[in-house]
Design a protein around this ligand. Structure first.
Ligand code: BGC
Length: 948
């Protein structure tokens, strides 16, 4: 929160300092600042600041230079666009001289305003190319199979391989880059220094198709003379345990892609005299075991400090009794690309809130916040003293740790003390979802700071800010932000704690629009959309989670029945659309198009000639009909009705995306398909104007999720989806809005929706004039609601509304009771879109509505302050009211047009920046509407006061 406030403050200060011209700031290439890239035509973007109001860009000029000297002299020898008449500030494709591997280039931009006045050049930024050709790689895959050293028992956990090599460097080094990848996870050292601060690189992909590498500048660590290069490997997603394979009794429970981890790395030195040397992983590397006895993402890490090989990663270490590594061939059809997302890093440190000693001598440490990550230990003790750390999200009433809901995830770390003086340790190859740590083996009460919680997450810029005068709402927002952090960890996961942690597709698709308002997720989802495409089944269906490990028989390796499901598989279309829409990213559409078309063709095979998906269309999958409105309350909405609506939704989104990339014929086909599906749904699934299903078709419901509850069409979920997906024309829309309101009222103003119904519920209520009900649901503290979770102590979003009840405890079986599940956090979309009121009208937020909904009487909320740093700049919308005065403050970035929706019967009591609004020189246009007016405004900071 602080960070975004600072951003807003900074942008205003920069703005004051820069005078009247338009100044480009926040220059990025492929969404990153001064990055390494392997894209031969990267896309460039900037934001604009100005002191003047109503500023737009009329033209730009970009120059790209081959050296820092040239860019200083404003010479664009690689690309000089000249003056381009365009208002675009992002996704500008580099079209200069083709770039080669390792090439570093510098760039700048300047822009013209609407009065044809040119501004100053921006500061110079750069990007550096990675390895573009396969033969740029000299390094070989190397590994050291330690499977035979795994102890016998429930878990098969071999020690981590330690690898090393020494090389003499005889000349002065000008620069040195490390290019590194692994199958499994790695840590790399140069002369004892750990390189980078990333965790779990190179992330989870379908390693049979694709693996990523990263680049680090290691110049400062290389010395003239002897240099030591070292690496530690771990199984990670490649050869470790995954998901619930152990729980459900799958024969294979680990090693889904390979048996042990492999490394491929090269350090490229450029000497002062311009010559080069490449130090690569090859058959000369030596291997042994070290202090890490066990390391697994799900099961945890065991570190025996007495077994440390002092100096193993420094020059001069005697490795004569180390083994030689094995080398392995490359897989010709496995792509080797630069990691597209931002790596997982420590994004917050948490200190201990309390330490409690249990009767059995164990200690329970409370961090006061549910998060995903690891601990950092600081301890002084005797050699061979052993500390065992177990992790949990909750405590039993007697104060002991709840681990039942972790299922077969052992989630246990062990540290054996070296025992000389104070020692520090932190696991590297595992993470846990937790708030509490149980510590066994302490001889005495530890220091208050003996543990620090390290919250791990993909390091994505914070772009959202939300603060209100209602403590419950602030807590709900905090819970959402923490749960997103805990689950945006290389892939968007369902939960970070139990033996699952999979990229479940429904969770991701219902939540993605909410996520956009919190962090810049462009590159995170660029990676995951690739994971989705790589995981598409041969029949065209996107899977239920991605990456999806596949067994030799072509079926899901973790659990054979995990195939596809309506509401889940559509993530391939919906997530692509959301990234396109938020960031004006047409390339993601172009790249995903073949996969999306294939998926649409798959859906066609499930529909009739009109595009109707009927009852029973997914009886062949498990569970029958798919997962449906997962975790809904009461009667189930027919999964086929939902599938039919989702098919319509996808056809509409395909139309929009194909239109944007000028695939006119495809767009027209999908438009036609959408209208045919719509007609067919309204024809087939309605009775007396209400949604209805032929329930007979489901018989006793056996094989369906909660099929015993029966299936219906006249549900909150059905209307919410139909309204949200714009399935209905005006008359039907009004009726649907009425039905939805009635269904909420009939249920004591409570929801009945599950994963698929909750996301559209509040937006649908608002869209049909029931904003009051949306506020009621959001601020409720009764079951089922997010407020109920808060009332029961939640610091994160729970899997179930009643995962824990204060005076009753755990009312559900532990098997499915996660306390960090972002799916129901999907309400964030309404909080930013309706409560703060920021709604894009075109991709990339260049035109938008600011349409805040003021709560009805009886809702304890008088003040809201929200901001979203879009690809176009920071948009802020705040409102408060007291007595008869309502105030709206907003900030609109340059090159942006806002339609502010004013709800008031008359303008003579409305003031903009101190002047009667009808007399304001900043207003571009006012259009009268039924509720009041729409005020068109350009960039600037505004304060609008309504005296009622
Ligand atoms: C996951 C969900 C997921 C679901 C499929 C659960 O075990 O945690 O979030 O979407 O399975 O219904």
């Amino acid at each position: 929160m602080k960070r975004s406030l600072i951003c807003i403050f900074l942008s205003f200060t920069v703005l004051l300092a820069l005078g009247a011209d338009l100044s480009p700031v926040n220059l990025r290439a492929e969404y990153k600042h001064n990055p390494y890239l392997d894209d031969s035509s990267p896309r460039l973007s900037w934001e604009l600041v100005s002191r003047k109001y109503n500023q737009y860009q009329s033209a730009y000029q970009i120059i790209v230079a081959s050296s820092a000297e040239k860019i200083t002299k404003n010479v664009g020898d690689l690309w000089d666009t000249g003056k381009v008449n365009s208002s675009e500030t992002n996704q500008i494709v580099y079209q200069g001289t083709p770039l080669s591997s390792r090439q570093k280039v510098w760039w700048k931009v300047r822009v013209w305003n609407t009065n044809e006045k040119v501004g100053r050049w921006s500061e110079a930024n750069f990007w550096e190319m990675g390895l573009l050709q396969r033969n740029d790689w000299e390094a070989q895959w190397i590994g050291y199979d330690l499977n035979k050293l795994a102890k016998r028992g429930k878990y098969h956990l071999p020690p981590a391989p330690y690898l090393r090599k020494e090389v003499k460097v005889s000349k002065k080094v000008r620069s040195a880059n490390l290019y590194i990848t692994s199958l499994g996870l790695h840590e790399f050292y140069v002369n004892g220094h750990k390189i980078g601060s990333d965790y779990f690189m190179p992330g989870w992909t379908d390693y049979n198709k694709r693996v990523y590498y990263t680049i680090y500048d290691v110049t400062t660590y290389i010395q003239e003379g002897d240099n030591a290069f070292g690496a530690i490997l771990s199984d990670g997603w490649y050869s470790g345990y995954l998901g619930y394979a152990l729980l459900v009794g799958t024969e294979q429970v680990r090693g889904f892609y390979g048996d042990f981890p492999l490394l491929k790395a090269q350090v490229e030195l450029t000497y002062n005299d311009g010559t080069r040397q490449v130090i690569s992983t090859d058959a000369d590397w030596k291997a042994s075991i070290g202090a890490i006895q066990e390391a697994d993402l799900l099961q945890g890490e065991t570190y025996d400090a007495t077994k440390e090989k002092a100096g193993w990663n420094k020059p001069g270490f005697n490795d004569s009794n180390w083994d030689r590594v094995q080398t392995f061939r490359d897989k010709a059809d496995r792509a080797l690309q630069l990691y597209p997302s931002n790596p997982v890093q420590v994004i917050k440190e948490l200190s201990i809130k309390s330490i409690n000693r249990l009767e059995n001598g164990k200690y329970i440490v409370d961090f006061g916040q549910n998060f995903a990550g690891i601990i950092r230990l600081k301890i002084k003790g005797k050699a061979n003293d052993t500390l065992v750390f177990r992790y949990g999200e909750m405590l039993h009433p007697d104060g002991t740790l709840v681990t039942e809901n972790l299922r077969t995830a052992r989630a246990t770390d062990t540290y054996v003390l070296r025992g000389d003086q104070e020692e520090m340790w932190s696991p590297r190859f595992t993470f846990h979802g937790f708030q509490f740590v149980e510590v066994t083996g302490l001889r005495e009460q530890p220091e208050d700071d003996f543990l620090v919680g390290l919250a791990l997450s993909s390091n994505l810029e914070t772009v959202g800010h939300l603060e209100t005068d209602n403590r419950l709402l602030n807590q709900i927002y905090s819970n959402i932000v923490w749960t997103q952090r805990a689950n945006y960890l290389d892939v968007p996961t369902d939960c970070p704690q139990r033996d699952e942690r999979l990229g479940w597709t429904a969770d991701a698709q219902v939540y993605i629009r909410s996520a956009i308002f919190n962090n810049d997720i462009s590159v995170f989802h660029k990676k995951w959309i690739q994971d989705l495409n790589d995981s598409q089944w041969p029949n065209g269906a996107y899977p239920v989670y991605a990456p999806m490990p596949v067994a030799a028989n072509g079926k899901a390796a973790i659990r054979e029945s995990d195939t596809f499901s309506p509401g889940w598989s559509e993530a391939g279309i919906i997530c692509t659309y959301e990234i396109f829409n938020a960031y004006n990213d047409k390339r993601i559409v172009q790249e995903s198009l073949p996969y999306m078309v294939k998926f649409m063709d798959f859906l066609k095979t499930r529909a009739d000639h009109r595009g109707l998906i009927r009852e029973g269309s997914f009886e062949d999958i498990s569970p029958k009909g798919g997962f449906g409105d997962w975790l809904s309350v009461g009667k189930k909405t027919s999964p086929d009705l939902l599938a039919a609506m989702y098919y319509f939704h996808c056809a509409r989104l395909m139309d929009k995306m194909c239109t944007a990339i000028q695939e006119e014929t495809l767009a027209a086909n999908y438009r036609q398909l959408a209208s045919s599906i719509k007609e067919a749904i309204l024809d087939h699934y309605r009775q007396n104007g209400m949604f209805a299903v032929n329930a007979d078709h489901y018989g006793d419901g056996k094989g369906y999720v909660e099929g015993q509850n029966g299936f219906a069409g006249h549900t909150q979920t059905a209307y919410a989806n139909a309204i949200y997906m714009q399935l209905l024309d005006e008359e039907d829309l009004t009726a649907a809005g009425r039905f939805l309101r009635e269904l909420v009222e009939a249920n004591n103003d409570q929801l009945t929706t599950g994963f698929l119904g909750f996301k559209p519920l509040l937006p649908a209520l608002s869209a049909t004039g029931s904003s009051d009900k949306a506020y009621k649901l959001l601020t409720s503290t009764d079951y089922p609601s997010l407020g109920y979770e808060v009332a029961n102590g939640a610091t994160s979003i729970w899997e179930r509304w009643d995962s824990y009840i204060k005076d009753k405890g755990f009312v559900h079986n532990a098997e499915m009771n996660s306390f960090s599940h972002y799916a129901f956090g999907a309400v964030n979309e309404w909080m930013f879109g309706n409560m703060v009121g920021i709604q894009p009208l075109e991709p990339g937020f260049r035109t938008l509505n600011i349409k805040p909904e003021i709560p009805p009487a009886g809702i304890d909320l008088k003040k809201v302050d929200g901001a979203y740093h879009s690809i176009n700049g920071t948009i802020r919308s705040a409102w408060d009211y007291s007595g008869n005065t309502r105030r709206h403050s907003f900030e609109i970035p340059v090159n942006t047009t806002v339609y502010f929706h004013l709800e008031t019967p008359s303008f003579d009591r409305v003031y903009l920046n101190g002047k009667l609004i009808t007399k304001s020189k900043w207003v571009q246009d006012i259009q009268q509407t039924e509720q009041g007016a729409t005020v068109k405004l350009g960039s600037g900071r505004y304060e609008l006061i309504i005296k009622e």
